[in-house]
Write a protein that binds this ligand. Structure first.
Ligand code: ZN
Length: 382
């Protein structure tokens, strides 16, 4: 097999992380396209082999169109639940507070939010700093009037950021990097558009704490904390603050400009070697369950749950969910039901990181008498 060339650093020092026949979109919908995800030992980023392939960009366009359509009626943001705040706050509010907590924000300045959607972050920032000039960029102009209604100093554009006339004191890029085919171009533009003492606020998923992340088709790249820090250094950004714990499975980075540094080749990170081994064991185990048509439940209706069921052709007899809003739904003809109604003789697949799965397993046994399968989902481990 020909060695995969890393699209970010052109290295051939890459390793297959995951290969699948089918994949999934972030909203959990089945995508009938294969994924080959490769880890680069040099720049320490995961890339997909469908990057730059024309057939795949059509599929990805149709996924994005669906999101835009669906997000119109329900501009409701996911609440982030914290241990200390029982009610939770939105992701936008969290990001605003995080920025305010970690940098000294002057009373006026220019802020750019890339992938601003309907402007919820910009609104939060405006509420705290009303004299700033705010700029939102997104691929669709669907929310232009909503964003520009925030204040007379709020502007919206669908232009590439390299075309913007201004330089910015703060640039916010949350959950965008993984979707951009030409990531080197974006990183170079971010460097050019950030004022010399400006701040770059980044947020993305953390591959280290979410080993299933690469099954999402529309994400070209996935990152680890070390890998992203290393990649950013190559484009002239120094990470001042890194948080991998407050938001589970995500990471938040606050960066300033620095002299660009060359990629530092390192060995494949241990955490990912473990992920690769675990994914192989899961693959082996789930093929056995599929072959024997063993009845199984799966906990939750997340993209991982849906992908495991569809990709392996598992005999899923119910999706267990305590979230009442998803009850009475059918997923590929299979019911979503509360754990209390589950048959105790049928084991439950827990599609979560191992430690989290172990905790959930204890709860399911204690509260409902159910037997769970923790990754790699082998029954011998019960
Ligand atoms: Zn690389």
């Amino acid at each position: 097999m020909e060695q995969f060339k890393c699209p970010l650093c052109q290295s051939l020092n890459t390793k297959l992380y995951l290969t699948t026949q089918t994949s999934v979109a972030s909203d959990g919908q089945h995508v009938d396209m294969p994924i080959n995800a490769y880890w680069c030992n040099d720049c320490q980023t995961l890339s997909k082999s469908h990057l730059g392939c024309e057939a795949s960009s059509h599929v990805i366009d149709s996924i994005y169109n669906r999101y835009t359509l669906h997000s119109v009626g329900t501009s409701q943001e996911t609440k982030v639940l914290f241990n200390v705040h029982a009610g939770g706050i939105t992701k936008s509010k969290y990001n605003y507070l995080k920025l305010k907590e970690n940098i000294d924000i002057k009373s006026t300045g220019k802020l750019l939010d890339i992938g601003c959607h309907y402007g919820s972050f910009l609104q939060n920032f405006h509420d705290g700093f009303p004299f700033w000039h705010l700029y939102g960029v997104d691929v669709s102009d669907r929310f232009k009037s909503k964003v520009e209604s925030i204040s007379e100093n709020t502007h919206f554009t669908t232009s590439p950021i390299s075309k913007l006339a201004e330089n910015f004191d703060i640039i916010v890029v949350t959950h965008v990097l993984e979707h951009i085919a030409d990531l080197p171009e974006l990183l170079a533009s971010l460097y050019n558009k950030l004022a010399s003492n400006g701040v770059l606020y980044l947020q993305t998923n953390n591959l280290e704490s979410n080993y299933f992340l690469p099954i999402i088709y529309e994400q070209y790249y996935n990152f680890t904390p070390n890998g992203l820090t290393n990649l950013l250094a190559g484009y002239g950004f120094e990470v001042m603050h890194l948080d991998t714990t407050t938001l589970p499975k995500e990471m938040t980075l606050i960066c300033k400009k620095a002299e660009p540094k060359k990629f530092k080749p390192k060995q494949c990170e241990h955490a990912l070697e473990e992920n690769i081994r675990l994914l192989k064991k899961i693959d082996f185990q789930l093929k056995q369950y599929a072959n024997s048509s063993m009845p199984l439940y799966i906990l939750g209706t997340t993209y991982v749950a849906r992908w495991l069921a569809a990709n392996y052709g598992l005999n899923i007899v119910g999706y267990l969910d305590e979230d009442t809003s998803s009850l009475n739904q059918l997923i590929e003809g299979v019911a979503v039901m509360p754990p209390a109604q589950a048959n105790k003789d049928i084991p439950v697949i827990l599609p979560f990181p191992i430690e989290q799965a172990k905790q959930i397993s204890q709860k399911l046994e204690h509260n409902f008498g159910l037997t769970s399968l923790v990754p790699p989902f082998s029954q011998e481990l019960l």
